[in-house]
Design a protein around this ligand. Structure first.
Ligand code: F6R
Length: 592
């Protein structure tokens, strides 16, 4: 998704901004641009494609004198990914960069066109630039407050005004924006990682805030009134960006899974009482997007099957608009690696507005979700850079499984808790063993690499793993794949099965093993080539069979999913895909 970064200070703005943009690259983008100013002039340079294309253009221009600037990576929403639509956008004396979506841009644009204002691009952002320019007044805070009252949607906006060369302005609603405070220099960005190499002092803006940023002073306004803001000191390991010798971040991050599992689980296993006890709740709603939602589905199944507690798991983009019925004492659990996913934030706000208790499982400690939820359980994934989540997903599963274990124990539905704790303790080692068998998965990846369609089938827990395996495979390798509950195949999908199709069959749910075996036989008898992941070998001379350790249902998915991640990874590599940055995808989905 779009990323913005701004700088005002004593150093060459170009260098600061380009480094900032590079650190925002992981979010996904298709063009980039920069606006620089000294006291007289504003230079705007943009480029389509990778940031190195922008750097090429900048090489030919002497930009040494510019100490103030805005920069942007664009992930196209309104208008195609071309030079005209790339940010920054300008109108009259106003130059802006924007992350978010202006929902009433169409109507606003029509009325501005009626007033004779000309537009160059198809973007919603240019409409905001025109609006700020229209209401430009000596009192910029008044101007921006007026514009905040007019525009609808989500935005983090960085603003430069021609006749005010020594200040930058930012406004924010429903899109993340952080200010970085330096010595005789200040920064802002949509993500702390764009500026944390320059400072460790940050201010997180709230919705409808305005900041007026000079190099040695920042004024904050909320609803037009000057306010003070809390400055947080946050030290972040800026060396986590290295690939440590791996060819891709995705592979590096999968290999980090044993280590981050150990780090995340250790405090809870040492002190079981520190795991939140959900016994007071009759019902659990788990809300998230994408892989985080699929992690939630494993949790939902555990809450129901092991802790006898009603649970639903929903996609945040649906939950935020639904009539969610809270009859009982309900806990809403939000799961998010970034903590900035727009739909998950909206679902969290809605649950809070409706008076529900909220608990977030989050990786990024400084994120919006971490700050808004009533309770937070952090996963310790460290920075996850590959767009496709791997280690963070696994930790989300580990934490929600621990929550289910604790609930089952509190409700006296299990007694041998020490055995389960010992099993969780052993998990990092077992995951390492799984990853060490990479060559087996490479062989499977080679076999499936030319497929056009792949299916994943499983029941209950296994179906939840299938959903994640299928998503991982399709997003990085671009092979179409679908996950189905095994029993549902006969209701239509089986017509697609023939001898060209690979079907991944996950078979770890012991109670349903026999049922799932008959589904495997069904697809095999229609020619499908099956890849079976199970606890025990089915001993039918299948060469595409992987067995995992016979552990409890609370932890088995932690052993199965790394296999699926590695198969997806090697399939994508075999097909020559951009594994860490699949096309059209963004790491942090900060717009609806
Ligand atoms: C898939 C993937 C996405 C994210 C989803 C939620 O590999 O990474 O499906 O899981 O966009 O993101 P977070 O967890 O940041 O809310």
């Amino acid at each position: 998704m779009c990323g913005i970064v701004g700088y005002i200070g004593k150093n060459k703005a170009e260098d600061v901004l380009i480094l900032g943009l590079k650190n925002l690259e992981y979010r996904g983008y298709d063009s980039s641009g920069i606006a620089l100013t000294d006291n007289n002039n504003i230079e705007i340079i943009k480029s389509v494609g990778k940031i190195k294309n922008l750097e090429e253009k900048l090489k030919n221009i002497n930009l040494d004198k510019y100490n103030i600037g805005l920069a942007h990576t664009r992930w196209a929403t309104h208008g195609e990914a071309n030079l005209v639509n790339a940010h920054p956008h300008s109108s009259g004396n106003v130059v802006i960069v924007h992350n978010g979506i202006i929902e009433n841009a169409k109507e606003l644009k029509a009325s501005l066109i009626n007033e004779g204002i000309k537009f160059n691009s198809e973007t919603d952002t240019e409409v905001v630039a025109a609006l700020i320019n229209k209401y430009l007044d000596n009192d910029i805070i008044k101007t921006l407050s007026k514009v905040i009252g007019i525009i609808k949607g989500s935005y983090a906006l960085g603003i430069m005004i021609k006749n005010i060369p020594d200040k930058l302005y930012v406004i924010k609603k429903d899109s993340p924006l952080v200010i970085g405070i330096g010595k005789d220099e200040n920064f802002f960005a949509s993500d702390i990682c764009a500026i944390n190499m320059f400072t460790n002092k940050f201010v997180f803006l709230e919705d409808n805030d305005i900041a007026e940023i000079s190099k040695d002073k920042i004024n904050y306004y909320s609803n037009g009134n000057k306010v003070d803001k809390k400055v947080d000191t946050i030290d972040i390991d800026v060396n986590s960006k290295s690939k440590n010798g791996y060819p891709h971040y995705m592979l590096k991050e999968i290999n980090e899974e044993p280590m981050v599992l150990e780090k995340t689980l250790k405090p809870y296993l040492e002190d079981f009482s520190s795991i939140p006890d959900l016994k007071g709740y009759d019902e659990i709603h788990i809300v998230a997007c994408g892989s985080a939602m699929y992690a939630g589905m494993i949790g939902k199944t555990l809450f129901e099957e092991k802790a006898n507690t009603k649970a639903i798991c929903e996609v945040a983009s649906e939950y935020r608009y639904k009539n969610n019925i809270y009859n009982n004492k309900t806990l809403v659990i939000l799961i998010s690696q970034s903590g900035e996913t727009a739909d998950t934030i909206a679902a969290l706000k809605k649950a809070k507005e409706q008076g529900q208790d909220t608990l977030a499982i989050v990786n990024v400690k400084t994120s919006t979700i971490a700050r808004l939820a009533d309770k937070v359980v952090f996963i310790e994934a460290g920075e996850e850079i590959a767009v496709a989540t791997t280690k963070a997903y696994l930790l989300q599963v580990a934490i929600i499984s621990l929550l289910a274990l604790k609930l089952a124990y509190s409700k006296k539905l299990i007694d041998n808790i020490d055995n389960y704790i010992a099993e969780f303790r052993n998990i990092p080692k077992l995951v390492k063993n799984v990853i060490d068998r990479e060559n087996e998965y490479k062989k499977i990846a080679k076999k499936i690499k030319d497929s056009e369609n792949i299916f994943f089938i499983g029941r209950r827990y296994d179906y939840a793993m299938c959903l994640e395996g299928s998503l991982k495979l399709k997003e990085v390798s671009y092979i179409h794949s679908e996950a189905y509950p095994s029993g549902e195949l006969k209701h239509g999908t089986i017509s697609l099965i023939d001898d060209k199709i690979f079907v991944f069959c996950i078979l770890t749910d012991e109670e349903l093993c026999e049922k799932s075996i008959s589904n495997i036989i069904e697809v095999e008898s229609r020619g499908a080539k099956t890849v079976i992941i199970s606890r025990k070998s089915l001993k039918q001379n299948r060469n595409l069979e992987i067995c995992v350790d016979d552990v409890s249902q609370f932890v088995i998915s932690l052993l199965v999913v790394p296999i699926l991640q590695l198969i997806a990874y090697h399939t994508a590599v075999n097909r020559g895909c951009d594994v860490d940055k699949p096309k059209n995808l963004a790491k942090s989905v900060t717009v609806e």
